[in-house]
Design a protein around this ligand. Structure first.
Ligand SMILES: Nc1ncnc2c1ncn2[C@@H]1O[C@H](COP(=O)(O)OP(=O)(O)O)[C@@H](O)[C@H]1O
Ligand SMILES: [Mg+2]
Length: 340
């Protein structure tokens, strides 16, 4: 049986550290893996450590609540309005946000991988369609509406409480004048994209247009075949165009923000999503006042982003993960207690 990309990278890092990585049961499942080093053993689930609690996972998955708690501890977090009732979208809070910012982002409060995230919402009709889609995707039918933040995406990997690597994630944007279908086909010809069915150590995945993109386009009143009109900026929020290592250039204060967010939420191995101009992340947090903000803390982070960037050196995040999970000498102690 073939491990997924993530488990292949865990197994390779384990081998380098003199550890063994084995399936947990007789039937192949990617969900669990046993790591063994001498007397030490640890069962991991993808990039979840053996120490992570269900409480921390649930809390981190609730974007609105975790941001509120982190903001109260002084961390710079994006602020949004939680829409959980049918009428709320017409309420004064959302209207005021739209009037003040002009461009909003609508997303499922308990979502991930960018699914159901609309980033070019400038009018009420789009807002309502984006709300409907995000709500249908969200576990609790809760939707977050927040100001659009200009700039790029920074992802910081925190392993055993330590900020270990940072990448800039550039998302594909659909150009005007051509259909989404043709543009996705062109993106998929990129040899750096692999497929789920044949897991390999490629940086990125094939984009499956029919899966999420169709619904995403409907939010903007578009479809796969028609040319994208000039007034739209359609970002494919769940995909990558480039993944650029920025570990050396990110200011230590921003790395500390990411590490603190994980520490407070009890996420011992996390991926922190931040948004803002790249220049803001190279400066102290005070110097970037409000321009760069924390979006969310991910449990089960996609650590392959740091091991297989499209640009810049790979970072040994899987070695750090294995060493932490097995508590090898020099690894940080377990740090998975919710402290907010
Ligand atoms: N406030 C925002 N401003 C601009 N882009 C955003 C904003 N929020 C999300 N995005 C875009 O959507 C992507 C996914 O958003 P995120 O909040 O991380 O949700 P998810 O849990 O789906 O990953 C981001 O990486 C970014 O490209
Ligand atoms: Mg995210």
């Amino acid at each position: 049986m073939v491990w997924s990309r993530t488990n292949q990278l865990i197994a390779a890092a384990a081998a380098e550290l003199g550890a063994r990585a084995e399936p947990l049961g007789r039937e192949h499942t990617d969900y669990f893996m046993r790591l063994t080093h001498g007397e030490r053993t640890a069962v991991v689930s993808k990039t979840r450590s053996p120490f992570l609690t269900q409480v921390a996972q649930g809390l981190a998955n609730n974007k609105h609540l975790s941001r509120e708690l982190l903001r109260a501890r002084g961390l710079p977090c994006a602020a949004g309005v939680l829409v959980d009732e049918a009428g709320d979208i017409h309420g004064p809070a959302v209207r005021e946000l739209l009037a003040r910012h002009g461009r909003l982002v609508v997303k499922p409060n308990w979502g991930n991988r960018g699914v159901g995230v609309a980033t070019d919402v400038r009018d009420l009709a789009t807002l309502i369609r984006a709300r409907d889609r995000a709500r249908a995707i969200d576990l609790d039918e809760e939707v977050l509406v927040e100001p659009f933040i200009a700039g790029t995406n920074l992802r910081v990997a925190v392993i055993g409480g330590r900020a270990s690597a940072a990448v800039e994630v550039v998302r594909p944007k659909l150009a005007t004048g051509r259909s989404a279908e043709a543009q996705v086909a062109a993106l998929n010809r990129d040899p750096r994209r692999g497929t789920w069915t044949a897991p390999s150590l490629r940086s990125m995945d094939q984009i499956e247009a029919e899966e999420d993109l169709e619904g995403h386009l409907e939010v903007y009143g578009l479809d796969l075949e028609a040319a994208i009109p000039g007034e739209r900026e359609v970002e494919i929020t769940g995909e990558e165009l480039e993944v650029i290592d920025r570990t050396e250039v990110v200011h230590p204060e921003w790395l500390a923000v990411a590490a603190s967010a994980c520490d407070l939420l009890g996420v011992d191995v996390g991926g922190v999503d931040l948004r803002g101009p790249m220049a803001a992340f190279t400066q102290p947090t005070a110097a970037s006042a409000g321009a760069a903000l924390l979006l969310e803390v991910n449990v089960v982070p996609a650590l392959h982003l740091h091991a297989l960037p499209t640009e810049g050196p790979p970072r040994p995040v899987f070695a750090a993960f294995v060493a932490y999970c097995l508590q090898l000498p020099g690894a940080p102690p377990p740090c998975a207690v919710v402290r907010v």
